[in-house]
Write a protein that binds this ligand. Structure first.
Ligand code: UN1
Length: 495
């Protein structure tokens, strides 16, 4: 039985004002309706922002360690419900159960990290220029945070954004991707059960244009955190400049794995298979390019094709399946568009290249793992994000050429090099233009307590995860305490 789900606004579970709804279907079997969700609009967003603004004062005055304690309870509840959340996540967005379990675990780790961060939120004390005067900086919450999240990590990414926002003392209006509204709803239920005050967390379902845009434009929202595509991120950045709000953008990637001739090839093979085809290639950190040294080219390609052609596609809830469906028909078309471009550009298709409809996959959005060779650095399939199970292979001679080819894209999120030469490894760390570099590991595999984000058009300089995101959600105040009992002019006026 499919269920009718609601928004959580102003402390209550409610329908959209318009009464309209949208459907959430299983991408592995589109005949399975998971539920209907409110198709919200500007009025719903405005009520949510008003509630979040009203709740701000009491929440910012709650001691940060106490706010952190609530998140520790959130982690406990998520741990107890991990399996159920993972199963529902696989049903609504397709990736295989092992991966959705990992997605929930990333949220759990983020909860426990955030919980203890409530006991830090460090400021600085520094000496004053003057006698009998004390200087410090403290951190204050910003106000209402607007959080807009994608469907590929329906639990982990909302936790990356919402936990630090809350620990820092902000209240939240949360607009999840309309492909994964169920996980978002369960997440908000858990926050409330753990003790987040009802008006502090508001959930508004619906589309980017009807819910996201009014959220970004609203003058009472002080900070926006968004993960999604680069074109949408640029639009958000422009709109947010009207109200000068702070914005964190985590956008596209065109990540590459370099394999040098001295690499452990078996290790590199496991890495590229996981990086390129895990989550059906639908990670912003996915390995979209393999940059392969010519001396090991033929051998490695034989190994790669042998393994990639046997990857098992199917419903992620069935044990043994390795690759789930893509998220929806639109993404299938987008991937097909790039496969056609690659062919026209003269790359050679070695594997896949079409929607996959065999057996149990007939009623789902499956796409065959796809590998292009003879890809040159200037081809679009070597430079543009595809967000699907498509790997472009580029042949290089030297290490220097490998780094040059890797950097030849407007994105800079994740990167990887397989080599046993420690000098090359450190040169790669220094010279690769990316926010993340893995040595002898694939391009995917973030850790909750490490900064996450990229350079160039992958973002606007902020990082999620780790300690840096806590700075994003706070404003610094410089404080001067003069205990001299006299007017002391600043040093510049006395010099
Ligand atoms: C994303 O695809 O937006 O490192 C995030 C990784 C994951 C996070 C990916 N833990 O691949």
């Amino acid at each position: 039985m499919s269920k009718r789900y609601q928004n959580h606004i102003d402390g209550k579970w409610v329908d959209a004002v318009s009464g309209e709804t949208f459907e959430n279907r299983n991408p592995a079997n589109w005949e399975e309706l998971i539920g209907t969700f409110p198709s919200s609009g500007k009025e719903d967003v405005e009520t949510a922002i008003k509630a979040a603004s009203e709740a701000f004062d009491a929440w910012r005055l709650t001691p940060a360690p106490e706010r952190g304690d609530i998140l520790r309870k959130v982690g406990d509840i998520m741990t107890a419900r991990k399996e159920e959340i993972a199963r529902n996540m696989t049903r609504e967005m397709g990736k295989v159960l092992d991966e959705t379990r990992g997605d929930v675990q990333e949220g759990i780790d983020t909860a426990y990290y955030a919980g203890t961060e409530g006991r830090r939120l460090f400021g600085h004390t520094v000496p004053s220029e003057l006698h009998n005067k004390f200087n410090m900086s403290i951190r204050r919450p910003i106000g209402v945070a607007g959080v807009i999240t994608p469907w590929n990590f329906p639990m982990a990414i909302p936790t990356w954004k919402i936990f630090p926002a809350l620990v820092c003392g902000n209240t939240v209006v949360f607009k999840p991707a309309s492909d994964t509204p169920l996980t978002a709803t369960v997440f908000v239920e858990i926050l409330l059960e753990a003790g987040v005050p009802a008006k502090v967390i508001n959930l508004v379902h619906g589309s980017g244009s009807k819910v996201g845009t009014p959220l970004v434009n609203h003058p009472d929202v002080g900070v926006i955190s968004f993960t999604g595509s680069t074109p949408v991120g640029k639009g958000i950045s422009k709109s947010a400049s009207d109200t000068l709000k702070r914005v964190s953008l985590e956008l596209g990637g065109k990540n590459a794995q370099i394999v040098m001739e001295d690499a452990d090839l078996e290790l590199a093979l496991d890495g590229v298979l996981w990086g390129a085809f895990g989550t059906t290639g639908q990670r912003c950190t996915a390995t979209s390019r393999l940059i392969l040294q010519e001396k090991v080219y033929d051998k490695f390609m034989d190994m790669l094709i042998a393994r990639a052609k046997d990857l098992k596609l199917g419903d992620g809830l069935q044990p043994g399946n390795e690759i789930g469906p893509m998220i929806n028909a639109g993404q299938i078309q987008e991937v097909q568009k790039y496969v056609d471009i690659g062919r026209k550009e003269g790359a050679k298709l070695l594997l896949g290249g079409a929607q996959y409809k065999e057996g149990d996959c007939a009623n789902g959005w499956f796409y065959a793992p796809t590998i292009f060779v003879d890809v040159t650095p200037e081809m679009r399939i070597a430079k543009e994000e595809i967000f699907g199970p498509v790997l472009s292979v580029l042949r290089i001679g030297s290490f220097e050429e490998a780094v040059r080819v890797l950097n030849n894209t407007k994105y800079g999120l994740s990167s990887s090099i397989y080599t046993n030469d420690v000098n090359r490894a450190f040169q790669a760390i220094r010279d690769i233009d990316a926010g993340i570099t893995y040595i002898n590991g694939p391009t995917i595999g973030a850790e909750a307590h490490m900064p996450f984000g990229g350079v160039k058009e992958t973002g606007n300089g902020h990082r999620e995860g780790g300690w840096e995101v806590y700075e994003f959600y706070t404003e610094t105040k410089s404080v001067f305490v003069d205990y001299s009992g006299q007017l002391q002019r600043a040093q510049i006026d006395n010099y």
